[in-house]
Design a protein around this ligand. Structure first.
Ligand SMILES: *Cc1c(COP(=O)(O)O)cnc(C)c1O
Length: 373
């Protein structure tokens, strides 16, 4: 059961971290590694931070099986900083990039990229938000500097079920909400990036995995602190990095390793999302997924509406969940509804408590609403 001492937190980001990670950080907070003060008070040029920085890179490389011809970089700022950094580092002067639009985050990324070069849309523009249209309708530009897609649209709950075939155009993927939730073949990508506050740790940090040959192409106007080549040369200690976020990332990665690595995270994620989707499916339409195509439903962020988008009932659901110590269920402000995020720190048992609450709520509310037929 969820209690005030042990509440559930299904937030989409910043989101729940493993309790062990928080406890370790708490234990070390006033006196890190016997130095007598906190990691947040220590120079980023210290030996201690050099070790944290290196171990986090090494653990990422090990967990994701990152090939040797890829570099791992840590940047200041999260997802949106990187949506600017990508065109600034990769788009050729007067060049263009291909963008696959599957939701709000990829739209934001494309709008940001337009400031620095030409954006071409891969999918038929008449249906920008319809999901992933048939491959035969895609328009690829063989001269594009890169092909951008968002692996998991956190707001709509739509996940790419495959790595797109781009006929050799380097693939850039925003994996802010999906990195560390499944095994991936890094060698298929030019760049993978993620903001850390979902599955990796806490805010203000970006993680970039980049194929070496894509370095050294930055536009002149690219700010130095976001310049991937400069970051690479400085081993991500170019200016003051977000030291505490990198430190927490390191602890999260060790937790993932202790808990069975990526394959185990993927298995857990599938099991948790199946329980939730089955609950929705068995609700006789009381709960509904906005993503119709089951193949595109996210294993990490599960949005749903209640009684065909009955706003009053959705508010009641969220309020009663809060009273039952089940928190952060409100859908994104742009789409409304309810959203459940199932990052690695969330256990199957916690999802079971939520689905039990969903059954109970349905029984109590199904035929009391005006719009109920
Ligand atoms: C959360 C998220 C972001 C976050 O961007 P910030 O600038 O760190 O707030 C970017 N992309 C995706 C897919 C996300 O889920």
């Amino acid at each position: 059961m969820a209690t005030s001492e042990n509440p559930l937190n299904f937030g989409s980001g910043p989101s729940k971290l493993p309790k062990e990670v928080l406890e370790e950080a708490q234990k070390e907070f006033l006196n890190f590694d016997h130095i007598g003060f906190s990691i947040t008070e220590l120079s980023h040029r210290s030996q201690e931070y050099a070790k944290i920085n290196q171990e986090a890179q090494d653990d990422l490389r090990e967990l994701l099986s990152v090939p040797n011809n890829y570099k791992i970089l840590f940047t200041q700022g999260g997802g949106q900083a990187l949506m600017s950094a990508i065109p600034l580092n990769l788009m050729k002067k007067n060049g263009s990039a291909d963008y696959a639009i599957t939701g709000i985050w990829s739209t934001i990324a494309a709008d940001e990229a337009k400031k620095y070069g030409k954006v071409k849309y891969v999918f038929p523009e008449s249906e920008p938000n319809a999901g992933i249209p048939d491959r035969s309708t895609w328009k690829l530009d063989k001269d594009a500097s890169y092909f951008f897609y968002c692996d998991n649209e956190t707001i709509e709950g739509r996940e790419f079920p495959f790595i797109p075939d781009t006929e050799g155009i380097p693939i850039v993927s925003d994996m802010s909400s999906s990195l560390m939730s499944k095994t991936i073949d890094v060698s298929k990508f030019g760049v993978i990036f993620a903001a850390a506050q979902k599955n990796l740790g806490t805010a203000a940090l970006g993680v970039v995995i980049i194929r070496q040959d894509l370095l050294g192409k930055a536009q002149d106007i690219c700010p130095s602190f976001l310049n991937f080549s400069l970051l690479d040369k400085a081993n991500s200690i170019l200016n003051t990095p977000p030291v505490f976020s990198v430190y927490l990332l390191g602890k999260v990665l060790k937790w993932v390793k202790r808990n069975g690595g990526l394959q185990e995270m993927e298995n857990r994620c599938k099991k948790k999302s199946k329980l939730l989707y089955d609950t929705i499916k068995n609700s006789n339409g009381f709960y509904k997924c906005p993503v119709q195509n089951e193949d595109l439903r996210s294993h990490i962020n599960v949005p749903f509406t209640i009684n065909n988008g009955d706003v009053k009932l959705e508010e009641k659901f969220i309020k009663e969940a809060d009273e039952n110590h089940i928190h952060q269920l409100k859908g994104h402000r742009l789409v409304g509804g309810v959203r459940v995020s199932l990052y690695n720190s969330i256990s199957f048992e916690e999802v079971k408590i939520l689905t039990d609450f969903m059954y109970k709520f349905q029984n109590e509310n199904q035929c009391k609403s005006i719009s109920c037929s």
